[in-house]
Write a protein that binds this ligand. Structure first.
Ligand SMILES: CC(C)(COP(=O)(O)OP(=O)(O)OC[C@H]1O[C@@H](n2cnc3c(N)ncnc32)[C@H](O)[C@@H]1OP(=O)(O)O)[C@@H](O)C(=O)NCCC(=O)NCCS
Length: 172
């Protein structure tokens, strides 16, 4: 799986006009391109995705799994949890997976030690028939907004990508 993920990412790079020599990793494992563009990479089971942008960007693919119910309290804060409708279990799992993906995507943009998914990132309420929401990162005395895009891939996989919304950085 790891080899397939590696090769599929190189294939996607080639489709975007880049070779392996255009990609390098920093000390935290975050990928960068040698030109001025921003890149983010994800792979999950038989899916791989890259996103290339002029703006800071993060991407994540997650499989929708029941286990997320058990770990929800570790990455979703009480306010987010209280606003989630839990009556339809399938939808609840899908929404939690969007939240997880959004927080991973934001983490990939910021790449800063100490960010807690639960304590520092809050995803605004959304419905599954929508494709966008927003999220706030409150970390190190600064508040920053992100635009979150989400969709379902095939069945049981969720794709999420995030862009920094630079108009909204507020220092406290
Ligand atoms: C590094 C991390 C973001 C990878 O995410 P993942 O869902 O495990 O795996 P994905 O397939 O989506 O992403 C893997 C890609 O992330 C990229 N990546 C790795 N470290 C990264 C970093 N520090 N910043 C940005 N991107 C990173 C790499 O490109 C990697 O793919 P590649 O090695 O093939 O190039 C993740 O493991 C992580 O550390 N998350 C934060 C942990 C955390 O705080 N969890 C909270 C628990 S409540």
């Amino acid at each position: 799986m790891h080899q397939r993920a590696f090769l599929s990412v190189r294939k996607l790079l080639a489709l975007a006009g880049y070779s392996d020599f255009d990609l390098y990793y920093d000390e935290f494992g975050k990928p960068h391109l040698i030109d001025e563009k921003q890149i983010s990479i994800t792979h999950s089971h038989h899916f791989s995705a890259i996103i290339i942008s002029n703006e800071a960007v993060g991407i994540d693919i997650e499989m929708q799994r029941d286990i997320i119910l058990k770990i929800a309290h570790k990455f979703v804060n009480d306010e987010e949890l209280s606003r989630l409708q839990k009556t339809d279990l399938t939808d609840y799992i899908k929404k939690l997976t969007v939240k997880w993906g959004a927080k991973e995507a934001i983490f990939k943009i910021k790449n800063e030690k100490g960010i807690s998914f639960k304590d520092h990132i809050q995803v605004a309420p959304f419905e599954l028939n929508q494709t966008q929401t927003t999220a706030d990162l409150n970390f190190n005395g600064a508040e920053q907004k992100f635009n979150i895009h989400f969709s379902e891939l095939d069945t049981n996989f969720t794709l999420v990508y995030a862009f920094e919304n630079n108009d909204t950085i507020q220092e406290h």
